[in-house]
Design a protein around this ligand. Sequence first.
Ligand code: XUL
Ligand code: CO
Length: 443
Amino acid sequence: MSEFFSSIPKIQYEGKASKNPLSFKFYNADEVIKAPYGERTMKEHLKFALSWWHTMCGEGADMFGRGTTDKVWAAATPEERSANKVYAAFEIMDKLGIDYFCFHDRDVSPDYATLAESNEKLDKAVAVIAEMQAKTGKKCLWGTANNFSHPRYVHGAGTSPNVDVYAFAAAQIKKALEVTVKLGGNGYVFWGGREGYETLLNTNMGLELDNMARLMQMAVAYGRSIGFKGDFYVEPKPKEPTKHQYDVDSATVIGFLNKYGLAKDFKLNIEANHATLAMHTFQHELRVARDNNMFGSIDANQGDTLLGWDTDQFPTNVYDTTLCMYEVLKAGGFTNGGLNFDSKARRGSFEPIDIFHSYIAGMDAMALGLRIAAKIIDDGRIDDFTATRYASWQTGIGADVIAGKADLAALEKYALEKGEVFGSLTSSRQEMLEDILNDIMFG
Ligand code: XUL
Ligand code: CO
């Protein structure tokens, strides 16, 4: 197969002094960075993945206009296009030094007239991926089924009011799991694109959620039966496409997984732009997952603070990538998960070279985040401040509460003896801490 990007060289780390836009300034794959859990190379900490849908399929169409970029990959037929996407994807991964990829079934091979034909063509495309994996050692981070694009999913997939549709969703998930296992995937994602509702006037919310859980239980049973050892993930998102998405945010999803006995097999795949749509910071969503031992994987991107939809921009905001990587390091780093760029170049960035510029920008921003997060932990000022702020829980009545030895009467007695407490409180020092963060980042 001839090259698709013959003018693009392998992207190298050239360091901060370089002015070459086709080089990494901060991402140095083999450089070792210390974390609380030990030392790993940047490549091992970050585990970057290419998203098949944005990079290989997304043509830049929006509500008001057609695509601006060519993702036909010089193919004459749909089958040839699926195969050429594989060759182009592996060329991109090779040139950028990306080790992993993520896919939906229908990104790899489109819908054909029947499910049987779609499955057969998917198998053919997957065989090409497997062949390229064998040649290159590239790995599958996670797979998923597209249970939202086809018109049959208009009222939902796992939460459809119609069991025929539910059966199609189940069939797609079964096949996507088989394909994920075939490609050695370490994860399987549920993003509930159409799993939500517009109005309760026509919706049996309780049944829909029970049915969604049943589908996930079936997926776990089937996945484990065919040797899937990785993590299942739910990817929270609060809106878009439906008004009320069931998987609003991390806390909601964790409640759902616990209620239905799914927590053992599932973790969260947290996406930056979904967090902000949920009116949370990215760091908040990651912290909720970490505190509940549910941190799994990341869809790296960023939204635009002036826009209220999922813009899926490549991440370039270093404050956000820093606080993200701080949470990742504190969570013990990635195990089965990694950093999937669920990101696309802007519609105006339509030249093939923009694929490389956008990944370089995202990888460098995440690498900077990793470097600074490790410095924050090493520096200790921020962690020490927080630890000291909670020192009263270590001794006396605080320790009694934590040990389960205090009751309301004991706390009342303590408060009565104190008389008043405001005079002994100290400031939360937010501005000082923000200055310390800037000092660590830029000092
Ligand atoms: C949609 C989204 C999806 C999931 C996988 O907003 O993020 O691409 O990541 O289905
Ligand atoms: Co995503």
